[in-house]
Design a protein around this ligand. Sequence first.
Ligand code: SF4
Ligand code: SF4
Length: 212
Amino acid sequence: MNPKESSRHGLPLLAGVLPAPTSNAITACEFNSTLETYRSFELKVSGLMQGICAPYCGVCKTPCCRVGICREAFDSPFLLAVHGAGQTFDPKSGYLGSTGCKLTTGRPPLCHAFVCGLIVRNQPSDEHRYALDCLGDLVGFIQTKVWQKRQLVEAMTMADLLNADQSVFDARLALAESAFTVLDSFFTHHHALGFRELEILNHIRKHEIAGS
Ligand code: SF4
Ligand code: SF4
């Protein structure tokens, strides 16, 4: 989604199976630390995505941003906490400014996941297209099933957020960090993906497609 212009080995062993959600709730202190971790990860993913998409988004005449999508970043207590509400939500333009998205973090997961057909078609290979899909899924992946088997963006109160499961978040983050390492190297060096790297990425895609 439009944010990409201005405003998108030694690998650790994979568990393969993520822990089921439990009552391992986050304390207020842990929540603040989780926010920092989330912001850092989102920034990394956005930076890599931006490098890939900027040549297209930077000259795009019909940006794909929509107020209805921006609204999730205004309505979700989690995303509000991530971006800190430093930017005003405009009912007409949402968070879209003259140079792109005004949010550097706390964008809805869809903003990271959506890549338009033009960008997809212009990728040099199917492997690049697959890797781009995986990259777009990472931000949504780390918050899925963390709160009552749902995404953190669906939690509507602070009390809900403090009932999120820290162990699930940590496990998903570890998996997503491994995938990011693979993707960062792939898009930097454009080497073929090896078996072990594909195995790591398949964990992300498999869980995304299964919604688990
Ligand atoms: S439509 Fe494509 S090129 Fe235009 S802003 Fe969206 S992702 Fe970028
Ligand atoms: S939050 Fe709004 S302006 Fe920002 S990337 Fe998403 S849709 Fe675009």
